[in-house]
Design a protein around this ligand. Sequence first.
Ligand SMILES: Nc1ncnc2c1ncn2[C@@H]1O[C@H](COP(=O)(O)OP(=O)(O)OP(=O)(O)O)[C@@H](O)[C@H]1O
Length: 427
Amino acid sequence: MARRALILVEGTRSNGVLYVKAAQRLGLHPITLSVDPAQYDYLAAEGSEAIRVDTGNLDALIGECSRLRATNDIAGITGLAGDDESVSTTVGKLCRHFDLPGPDPASIEGCCDKFTQRQLLAEAGVPIPAYRVAVNATEVESFAAEIGLPVVVKPAVGSGSIGVRLCRDVDELAEHTTYLLGGKHIWRSSPRVLVEEFAQGPQYCAAIMGNEVVCISALDFGPPPHFVYLGGTYPAPLTEDEHGRIADVSLSCLRALGLGWGPTNVELRWTKRGPVVIEVNPRLGGSVQTIEAAYGIDLVTEHIKLVIGEEWNLHKRHSHIATARLLIPDRDGILDWVDGDSRAAAIPGVVEAKLYIKPKTPIVRKGDYRDYIGYVLAASPSRARTKAIVQRAVDSIHWSITPFPIEHEQSAASHVSAPAQVPSGEG
Ligand SMILES: Nc1ncnc2c1ncn2[C@@H]1O[C@H](COP(=O)(O)OP(=O)(O)OP(=O)(O)O)[C@@H](O)[C@H]1O
């Protein structure tokens, strides 16, 4: 009998290995298709099959999957869009081609362009920040003046907070516009920049499967002008009324965007006018392990079940308070040493403590999700206890970074302006 294969198009540093392992647990043979499989360390570490394919090219993917069908029963296909969200649309089309369960590619495409997404949400009356799309510096400047500073300026297509900045005055605005439009930012398509009202208030994220809000978390970010994701807590401390309003707005996004198949993540901020939608992503967020620690639901496994046409089970097995904390280096330079991960992992209540970096690695912070060097996840039945456990774990991890010599420091300084973000860092 042919083995049952799960095709994974591309991967991610956070969720990729979870998909590979969950597929194996479900008795499936995972096969990753990627433009560069070597970028995913877990494939070699797990000995998981990978094939080099131009995943930006639908015909190439169809060709490879057709070839694989000779020796495999393809049970399902799904995509793990890392930096390149167009993968999700291509995967939707690939599923349609092979008549396999998958999301609507047109809805995914609309969602992945932040400007189109804003337009669709605005038409449906979903609360969002004021926004404009600009193609040159003059437009950025005049739209920012129209909206009023501070504004958030970001690429119309992108993820992981790459190129997203808070511009509080005209100098920051000019500097970031030059960064985005002056050749430093890498554009996959013609440059378009969103200029948005800065929606101020605590940030939440609704994790949705199908049309069901599974849970809502509170998210933490590093200091402005960057939006470096620092972690999140499940469930968010919300009243029933606040929870209901966030859930309602999140579900209205699904209707506006034609989503509702598989996982969706809705990020919102609670502002003076209540919940305002920051972004809708048609995929699982990076918090699946935190959700599992809080509720005992493995959303990766449940997503794969949907992808292969099986029934999922979103039943919560328990209800704990789970917090994930990413460790961000406090300065640029060469990492001399780092330790304490096993000490942190041994603390009761710590689910996982990991370091992603080895000594002698140069560190140049970028001001986005790529900056994290470690991770701590803790859970307990009480909010205060979880908070204390996370703090103890973070405090157990130490490192030392020697700044670059002066000539490097000057060139590095142009990428960087974030101060220390994790109090546990050495020095
Ligand atoms: N208009 C805004 N008002 C307030 N905060 C914003 C706004 N736009 C973006 N942000 C902040 O910047 C972060 C990243 O922005 P956004 O989600 O648009 O970018 P992204 O690159 O798609 O990130 P991700 O893939 O993590 O969702 C948001 O999570 C939010 O904290």
